[in-house]
Design a protein around this ligand. Sequence first.
Ligand SMILES: [Zn+2]
Length: 81
Amino acid sequence: VSVATTAPAPASAQAEVSPQEVCPLCGAPLKPEQSWCLRCGAAARTRLAAQPNWKALVVALLVVVVLSLGVLAAALVKLAG
Ligand SMILES: [Zn+2]
C-alpha cells in the first residue's frame, strides 16, 4: 500500500477553523446552513462528509492482523517448544 504520510494530523485537526466557509469549487462564500453552493451548485457539505477515515481503518486492520499474527506466532512457538 502507498499510504501517504503527509497528513499525520488526527481527524480533529482536520476541521478548518476558518469562520467563513467557501465553496470548494468556485470559492463563493457559504453560510453555515447552506448545503449547496448558490453560485455553481456544488455540494458544499458532501466534500467534508464524504471523507471516510479510511487511513484509520487501514491502520486498525493492520493492527488487528499484526496482533493476530503475533498470537499465532506465539502459539506456534509454544507448540514447538
Ligand atoms: Zn461554488
